[in-house]
Structures are given as structure tokens and as C-alpha cells.
Write a protein that binds this ligand. Structure first.
Ligand SMILES: Nc1nc2c(ncn2[C@@H]2O[C@H](COP(=O)(O)OP(=O)(O)OP(=O)(O)O)[C@@H](O)[C@H]2O)c(=O)[nH]1
Length: 362
């Protein structure tokens, strides 16, 4: 029920989709590039199937790590650096066999670098850049030992220098953009959080409650079990303000909110509805469970020590109702409010459940 979790899951799914799109956007053009180079005879005929096998094998390896959950034990569960290192190795293998077109294929190493843009820090990107540079240097040295007649060492080292300089410029730049993106994402998360929360108590605000209530009503319309809506209101709160001042009044509201939130179960939800009023959305299967939940919340506040009030404590009155077929926010909150009114009139520090709603659940 708590929407925060749903939003976080949603965010993670979007990021996963974005990374999948980037992976496809990287793989497909690279595969086309290689197919063209191979078709034009710059790679040996056996190369394409062997490379495709290695490519498929490493992807299956990473897929198994992710599916089995082994990646969750790693410092970076996305294994971005590991995947990039493997990709750099695969490109080095291509470069070794590429013949005269080798210089053109160096740009594959830059494409791999962009793959890390969503995740890596500048230092990590520089490390990957250094690995790319070292991989090409290793290819040149291997070629100069194994096939000295096939390469022009001056051209190769000049290309290596160009690649290394390009990487040295690109890595900090990509790292900077990656950092800006991370900071923007964090700021956006904070702005969203602030827009949903009440500044005094840290509880969700009325606007957020309205969204959650709409969603819960929608779920019930699609057949989910009915939920319980409570309105809890601090008793004689005006007297607290009058006797101790508004600042103490604020502390009392905060103490009631925090201690009530603390005793709620994970599936339950609480928002500050107005001044000293809170709305709670509770998962309860029947009247007995609903009554027990109301009493737990009420007695918790009754026993709450509030040093600012000396020996005097505070109490709350609670009005509640179950969702009924065809309910809107207005109708369900109206019934809870009417029940609260009865609790107040009945002497306060008590709970009242809406009788009509009880008939439905009984
Ligand atoms: N300190 C403080 N007071 C608030 C805040 N919001 C509303 N109030 C005060 O809360 C009081 C609510 O008073 P009433 O609505 O008369 O209710 P009550 O005195 O609690 O009486 P019953 O609800 O009938 O038991 C008012 O004096 C408001 O000024 C707030 O954020 N901080």
C-alpha cells in the first residue's frame, strides 16, 4: 500500500529499461559495423561465428549472474565495469584480427566508454579509458611479435596516441555529465519527497493522501479486499495551544504523528490531513481487526509521554469506516468524519466505527 515503495520500484524499472535501450543501441550498430567489415574481407572468414559465440557466451554469463542474484553480493550489482572490461577484451580481439581497417574500428572503444556514462564516476571512467588504451597497446605489441610484416608500427603507435588523448579528454567529460545526471536525479528525488511530506511531522501530506486513497479505491473496484479509513484527531488541542503556546502545540502534533507512524504495520499508511488531524488507511479483514487497530492507535497516544506537557498527556478520538462499493474519496472520508464526530460527542478519547460499513463487512 505505501506508494513510496511503488514509486521507487517504478524508478528502478525505468532505469533498467533505459540501460536495456542503451545496450541495444550499442550492440546493434556495432554488430552491423562488424558484419560490413567482415563482408568486405577485412576479417578472416572464421571470425564472425567465433566472435558471435564469445559474445553470446559472455552475455549468458552476466545474465546468469543477474538471474541467480550473485550480482547483488557485489559492490556494484550492475557489474558495469566488469561488462565494460569484457567488452574491451572483445574489441581487442577484433582489433588483433582486423588488418588494414583496425584504425577505423578503434571507435568501438569509445562506444564502450559511453556505456558506462549512466553509472560510473570520473575515476572509474578514467580506469576504463586506461584499460582501453592498454588493450590496444597490447594488441600492437602482440602483432609486432607475431605478425611483424602485416603492421606499420609508426601508424599503429600514432593511432594509439590519438586514441589515448581522445580517451583522456572524453573520460572526464563523460564523468562530469554522469555526475550532473546523478545530482539532478537526487535533487528530483528530494523535491518529490518534499512535495509529498508534511514539513512538521514528516508524515505524508493531504495531497499525497488523496492520491493514495484514489489508488486504493481503484484497487477495490478491481476486486481487492476492502480497506479501513480512519480519521484521528487530537482532543482539546486548542487548550494545549492556549496553555503552553503554539511551539509546544507543534511538538505535540509531531510526537503524536511519529509515535503513531511507529506502531503501524508496513502495509498501513498515515498522512497529516489538517492541523491536528490524521488520516490512516489500514489493511483490516473484519470488524474485530478494525476495532483492534483503532484501539491500538488510540491507547498508544494515551500512553505517550510528552515532557513539554508536564504530567498532562494527550488523547485522540478516532472515527473509522470500511470502503464500500461505489465509494468516492468524499463519501468515504465523510463517513469516517461522521464517526469521528460521534467519538468526540461520546466523550473523546474513544473510537467509533461507521455502523453502515460494519453491516457490509459482517
Ligand atoms: N500548534 C499548532 N496548532 C495548530 C496547528 N494546526 C491547527 N492548530 C490549532 O488546533 C486547534 C484545533 O482546535 P479545535 O478544532 O477547536 O479542536 P480541539 O480544541 O482539539 O477540540 P476537539 O477536536 O473538539 O477535541 C486550533 O486552535 C488551531 O489553531 C498546528 O500546526 N500547530
Amino acid at each position: 500500500m505505501p506508494s513510496q515503495t511503488l514509486e521507487q520500484v517504478d524508478g528502478r524499472q525505468k532505469l533498467r529499461l533505459l540501460r536495456l535501450l542503451i545496450a541495444v543501441a550499442v550492440y546493434v550498430p556495432c554488430a552491423l559495423m562488424l558484419a560490413m567489415v567482415s563482408w568486405q574481407g577485412f576479417l578472416p572468414p572464421w571470425f564472425a561465428p567465433v566472435w558471435a559465440g564469445i559474445f553470446a557466451g559472455t552475455n549468458v554469463f552476466f545474465f546468469v549472474l543477474i538471474k541467480s542474484g550473485i550480482n547483488l553480493q557485489l559492490r556494484d550489482p550492475s557489474m558495469t565495469m566488469g561488462q565494460m572490461a569484457v567488452a574491451i577484451g572483445a574489441v581487442a580481439f577484433i582489433l588483433y584480427h582486423a588488418g588494414a581497417i583496425r584504425g577505423g574500428l578503434l571507435m568501438l572503444l569509445l562506444v564502450i566508454l559511453l556505456f558506462g556514462a549512466l553509472r560510473l564516476t570520473t575515476a572509474e571512467l578514467l580506469l576504463m579509458g586506461a584499460l582501453s588504451s592498454a588493450a590496444y597497446a597490447a594488441v600492437i605489441m602482440l602483432l609486432s611479435t607475431n605478425r611483424p610484416d602485416e603492421i606499420n608500427l609508426r601508424v599503429e603507435w600514432l593511432q594509439w596516441t590519438n586514441l589515448t588523448i581522445t580517451l583522456a579528454v572524453l573520460c572526464p567529460l563523460v564523468g562530469y555529465l554522469s555526475n550532473v545526471r546523478r545530482r539532478l536525479r537526487e535533487s528530483l528525488r528530494m523535491i518529490k519527497e518534499m512535495a509529498q511530506r508534511d514539513a512538521l511531522t514528516g508524515a505524508f501530506n493531504r495531497h499525497h493522501m488523496s492520491e493514495v486513497l484514489d489508488r486504493e479505491i481503484g484497487r477495490c473496484e478491481r476486486g481487492a479486499p476492502a480497506f479501513l479509513v480512519l480519521i484521528a484527531d487530537i482532543d482539546y488541542f486548542k487548550q494545549v495551544n492556549d496553555a503552553h503556546g503554539h511551539l509546544v502545540g507543534d511538538q505535540v502534533i509531531k510526537a503524536v504523528a511519529v509515535s503513531t507512524q511507529d506502531i503501524l504495520r508496513k502495509a498501513d499508511y498515515m498522512a497529516r490531513y489538517g492541523g491536528e488531524e490524521f488520516v490512516l488507511i489500514i489493511a483490516a479483514n473484519d470488524v474485530a481487526e478494525a476495532g483492534a487497530a483503532c484501539e491500538r492507535i488510540r491507547t498508544n497516544v494515551e500512553q505517550l509521554p510528552i515532557p513539554e506537557l508536564q504530567s498532562q498527556g494527550v488523547t485522540i478520538s478516532v472515527g473509522g469506516t470500511f470502503y464500500r462499493h461505489g465509494d468516492t474519496q468524499v463519501s468515504i472520508l465523510g463517513r469516517a468524519d461522521a464517526a469521528l464526530y460521534r467519538a468526540k460527542n461520546g466523550g473523546r478519547n474513544r473510537t467509533e466505527l461507521d455502523a453502515a460499513a460494519l453491516a457490509v463487512t459482517n
